[in-house]
Design a binder for this molecule. Structure first.
Ligand code: FES
Length: 102
């Protein structure tokens, strides 16, 4: 892969990311996954869909966020918020402030 190809991939990815007002990052690295963070990701995906927020709110699985002992972790970059010890039932509360700030 050439540098030009990498730059093109980066440009495309940045353009795709700009369509979302909010990026919700769910840690699915070993520590958080052992506390079922995959179920949190599923719950957030379901709630985003239920609220019809798919076009402007993205839920992503990400690697270790560095505070494993506080996991499962969910980071909302646009709000500068890091939720710790998250449970699937927390999904509606995490999304509530985002629904107001499209
Ligand atoms: S494994 Fe989730 S913060 Fe490290």
């Amino acid at each position: 892969m050439t540098l030009d190809e990498l730059e093109k991939i980066g440009t495309t990815e940045r353009a795709q990311q700009k369509q979302f007002a909010h990026h919700i990052n769910v840690c699915v690295a070993a520590g958080c996954l052992s506390s079922h963070s995959d179920q949190i990701k599923d719950a957030l995906d379901h709630e985003v869909s239920r609220r019809a927020m798919e076009s402007w709110c993205q839920v992503k699985s990400v690697g270790c966020l560095g505070l494993c002992a506080a996991g499962p972790l969910v980071a909302v970059a646009s709000q500068n918020v890091l939720y710790r010890h998250v449970k699937p039932d927390d999904a509606p509360e995490i999304l509530k402030p985002l629904a107001k700030n499209r």
